[in-house]
Structures are given as structure tokens and as C-alpha cells.
Design a protein around this ligand. Structure first.
Ligand code: COA
Length: 331
């Protein structure tokens, strides 16, 4: 594919992480695990947990307001709000409409939720880019907000050690000087749907007392199978996104991958031939915040000065579905 002239760029990012820290030592008190096992097998030391009365919309609203402030925009400037979340506060209405009202965005804009699990942010950026290219929107607000602590079975040591809560936001606007999204590559495979599920609570399997007792409304995952699929998917997608952008690995200033497991990130970087000193990791502090990992990572990387104007950034993610993808951009 020929490298494209960018049509859209991420003009601002922001994040919100709840204050409460849950350490591996805390988890040792809850399930049969150890700090050593968690650190060695995942790279995670601690994660943030939102308070009982803080929902996905509130965390997303905080991140959204901070992103707008950084972009020098008011909520009334937004044409479109896309929220990616696997943990909406309610089944209806959408979290995006709740955030629209909470930030005071105008009724002139449209808002919808996008469900692509952990890949949600990258899918959302691509959807925003498409609306900008079509001339339907100039300023798009993307919010990735996840209260994973509410869908985790805190008695299941194979999953409860992995996840945390938080939100990231990004403003997407038209490109001006050749900066912006250079390539994006997305795929999904419903044949692998059973690898990560929340079986109960939907139309086919509504919640019943029995299903609640069997904890079927909680996240279930085939960890080792997901691990292998993730490495395969993210490394291939990264290589493809680089090729589509006409970039070499050496051109990449920073890889900002989905933060699920340090070993997954290391293996992906190895296959994609990105040296580890150019790979961003914060999962030691936050664990896996599903679709919020990449916007939170971008925001921290900018703040730490690891990326800035002119930097080339590669992002890659995978999640339930299975869904996956990769994207390159020039800042
Ligand atoms: N503490 C201590 N031991 C644990 C444990 C925990 N929290 N979780 C599992 N174990 C045990 C298992 O019971 C098993 O014991 P056994 O050998 O006696 O049967 C052993 O550790 C190995 O289990 P396994 O599942 O093979 O470990 P793993 O090295 O694959 O690590 C994951 C498990 C979940 C950390 C890893 O598979 C993973 O990260 N998968 C990807 C998950 C993911 O990214 N999901 C999100 C998608 S966006």
C-alpha cells in the first residue's frame, strides 16, 4: 500500500487514574498468589482501583476535560464523541452520551460507544480519521474508559491480578503540516471469540440467580492461548503498519503497545525488531486498563519527553473478539 498523506492527527491526550493503589501484596491477601509470581509472569506491581461510586463515565469525563484543556478547546467545539469501553455504567444509554452531557458538549455533535475491547482506542482513532476525511467532523473527542474492577472475578487468581481501572482521552483533528496518522491496520477473528468472554448478562444469556452464582457475568479468559494469539497478532500488525507507512523499524522513536503482560510486549517488540529502549511500558503501575492503556501511555510518554513534535510512534493492541491492530503516526 502506498504511504498516505495524513488527514488526521492526535492533537492532545490526557488521562485519569483513580487514586487508590492495589499492590500485589494486597492481592496476596485475597487469592493464592504471590508478588513474585505476578511480577515474573506479568510485570505488574500494582494497579489503580476506582471507588465504588466512580463509574466509567466519570473517569472518562475527567480525562476528556483535561484533553480539551490541553488542546485549548471548549466542549462546544466537539463534532463527534467516540467512547471505547467494555465496562459501560449502564447497558443504556451509551457512555458517550453521558460524557457528552457531563462535559457540556453541544447537541450539534453526535456521540456513540465503540466496543472492540482492548483494541477500542485504535479502532476509535481510525473511525475518527474516517469522519474527518469524509468532512463530517473537524474535532473528534475519543475517550477510552474502563472500570475493569467491576467485571473481574476477585476469586480467580488467573485473571484478577491482571487488570486495573482508569481512562485516557485524545482529541483528533485535521492534519496541517504532514503530521498525523500515517497508517492503520485492523483485523478481527470471531472464530477466537471464546478465548475472552463475559458469558452472562446479554440478550441470549440474561442474568439469573444461577448464572450470578456461577459468576458467569465476570470476565473469563484462556490466558495462555490469548498470550500466543496476542504476540502473533500484534507483531504481524506492527510490521504491516510500518510497511504501509513506508517506515523502517529504525524510524520509530517509540512503540506504545497495549499493556497486558510485559512478556507479551517483549515478544512483540522482538518479532517486530523494536529495541526495548524504544518500547513504552507502564503496566507495572497500572496493569491492564483495557482500551485505556494506549491513550494513557501516549499521554505519559509525551509528558516524559519520550515523544514530541516530529516523533514517529507505533501503537499496537489486541483484545477480546479477538480484535487487533496497529497504527503509525508522526507527531
Ligand atoms: N498466582 C500464582 N500462580 C498462578 C496464578 C497466580 N495469579 N495464575 C495462574 N497460576 C498458576 C497456574 O495455576 C499454573 O499452575 P500449574 O502449573 O500448577 O497448573 C501455573 O501458574 C501456570 O499457569 P499459566 O496459565 O500457564 O501461566 P502463564 O505463564 O501463561 O501466565 C497469564 C498466565 C494469564 C499471566 C498469561 O497467560 C497471560 O498474560 N495471558 C494473556 C492474558 C491477557 O493478556 N489478557 C488480556 C487480553 S487484552
Amino acid at each position: 500500500m502506498k504511504p498516505r498523506t495524513p488527514v488526521a492527527r492526535i492533537s492532545a491526550t490526557a488521562r485519569y487514574l483513580p487514586e487508590r493503589v492495589m499492590t500485589n501484596a494486597d492481592l496476596e491477601q485475597m487469592v493464592d498468589t504471590s508478588d513474585t509470581w505476578i511480577r515474573e509472569r506479568t510485570g505488574i506491581r500494582e494497579r489503580r482501583i476506582a471507588s465504588r461510586d466512580t463509574g466509567a463515565a466519570e473517569m472518562g469525563t475527567r480525562a476528556a476535560c483535561a484533553a480539551l484543556q490541553k488542546a485549548g478547546l471548549s466542549a462546544r467545539d466537539i463534532d463527534l464523541i467516540i467512547v471505547s469501553t467494555a465496562t459501560p455504567d449502564r447497558m443504556l444509554p451509551t457512555t458517550s452520551c453521558e460524557i457528552q452531557a457531563a462535559i457540556g458538549a453541544s447537541r450539534r455533535c453526535f456521540a456513540y460507544d465503540l466496543q472492540a475491547a482492548c483494541t477500542g482506542f485504535l479502532y476509535a482513532v481510525t473511525m475518527a480519521e474516517g469522519q474527518i476525511a469524509a468532512g463530517r467532523a473537524e474535532t473528534v473527542l475519543i475517550v477510552s474508559t474502563e472500570k475493569m474492577s467491576t467485571i473481574i472475578d476477585w476469586d480467580d487468581r488467573a485473571t484478577c491480578i491482571l487488570f486495573g481501572d482508569g481512562a485516557g482521552a485524545a482529541v483528533v483533528q485535521p492534519s496541517t503540516n504532514g503530521e498525523g496518522i500515517l497508517s492503520s491496520y485492523h483485523r478481527s477473528d470471531g472464530n477466537l471469540a471464546e478465548l475472552i468472554t463475559r458469558p452472562a448478562g446479554g440478550a441470549r444469556t440474561p442474568l439469573t440467580a444461577d448464572r450470578l452464582r456461577r459468576r458467569e457475568h465476570m470476565l473469563q479468559m484462556a490466558g495462555p492461548e490469548v498470550f500466543k494469539a496476542a504476540v502473533r497478532a500484534m507483531s504481524k500488525a506492527s510490521i504491516r503498519a510500518l510497511k504501509d507507512a513506508g517506515l523502517e523499524t529504525g524510524d520509530i522513536d517509540l512503540l506504545v503497545p497495549h499493556q497486558a503482560n510485559a512478556r507479551i510486549i517483549e515478544a512483540t517488540a522482538r518479532y517486530a525488531r523494536v529495541p526495548m529502549d524504544r518500547v513504552f511500558m507502564n503496566l507495572d503501575r497500572y496493569g491492564n486498563i483495557s482500551s485505556a492503556t494506549i491513550p494513557v501511555g501516549l499521554d505519559e510518554a509525551r509528558e516524559e519527553g519520550r515523544i514530541g513534535p516530529g516523533s514517529h510512534v507505533l501503537m499496537t493492541a489486541f483484545g477480546a473478539g479477538l480484535t487487533w491492530g496497529a497504527m503509525t503516526m508522526r507527531m
